[in-house]
Design a protein. Structure first.
Lengths: 159, 116
């Protein structure tokens, strides 16, 4: 009531009393700032679909890990035979194998979810009809197998 | 940084890196991270591995194999922290760290493979 008496109802308001005033640059008359309730860090726990989403996104860590191993392997190869022996020793430590088992699982998850997502990301239409998902993801699985076998053969032939 | 103009570039790198990572990385980690250390596969001899590394095709292959997936990682991990773990106040720091890793890794790969 005191505000009414002082006439503040019609007085120009300062940005302190009204956060979405013209003082804040993002504000326009028809777009008030939405109220967004704070989201917990663990919002994705408790729903398997959300957990799967987070795990899929975390597969990127396994990708970076694998690249790091490749870089160390290249470096060891350049530094000489002893250095490469040490690289191979490190790779066969139990900790390293345990981490690599997990990382490999994540890499498989990335590949499978990536190939399965492609038909949803690109809607290929032929004569107005949408190409079935299998025709888009199928060739990618085929390429995956061919490439994997090829790399295997190249490495084994170096034995 | 990321805005309307640059977002397609970052997204293209993410997407290209995702394809390379999906097609080429599992077999790489399986051979050198599991099959050879566990003795399922005969370890390839050092001299022939070095000879393989010296071939120009291998060097281009390894450069792409290291670089693009790191940019895929940078994009995806940034959004994992942002959307997944709700770390929004450190957006700039996270951006610098993620793409910093990608750039350092790319430069390291380029340096190693170029100087061979």
């Amino acid at each position: 009531m005191s505000g009414l008496k002082e006439g503040s109802l019609h007085a120009p308001r300062s940005s302190a009393t009204l956060p979405t005033s013209a003082a804040s640059p993002a504000y326009t008359e028809f777009h008030p700032r939405w109220y967004r309730p704070p989201v917990s860090t663990y919002w994705w726990l408790g729903n398997w679909a959300y957990v799967k989403f987070i795990l899929r996104e975390l597969s990127s860590v396994a990708v970076a890990w694998t690249v790091a191993i490749i870089l160390f392997q290249i470096r060891a190869l350049i530094h000489g035979g002893d250095s490469y022996d040490r690289f191979e020793q490190r790779m066969s430590s139990p900790w390293m194998i345990a981490i690599n088992v997990i990382a490999f699982g994540f890499l498989l998850m990335h590949s499978i979810t990536w190939f399965n997502l492609a038909p949803k990301a690109m809607a290929v239409r032929i004569r107005g009809k949408r190409l079935p998902a299998l025709l888009i993801s199928g060739p990618q699985y085929l390429a995956w197998i061919v490439i994997s076998v090829l790399v295997f053969v190249i490495v084994i032939s170096r034995g | 940084m990321v805005n309307r103009e640059t977002e397609p570039i970052f997204w293209t790198l993410f997407s290209a890196g995702g394809v390379v990572a999906a097609l080429f990385l599992p077999v790489q980690l399986f051979i050198f991270g599991l099959a050879v250390p566990l003795g399922w596969m005969h370890a390839p001899a050092y001299p022939s591995m070095l000879a393989l590394l010296h071939s120009p095709i291998t060097r281009v292959y390894l450069f792409v194999l290291c670089s693009l997936p790191l940019f895929h990682f940078a994009h995806r991990f940034r959004y994992t922290l942002y959307d997944g773990l709700q770390i929004k106040h450190l957006n700039e720091v996270v951006f610098a760290c993620c793409y910093g890793v990608a750039i350092v890794g790319t430069v390291a790969a380029g340096y190693l493979l170029w100087r061979l």
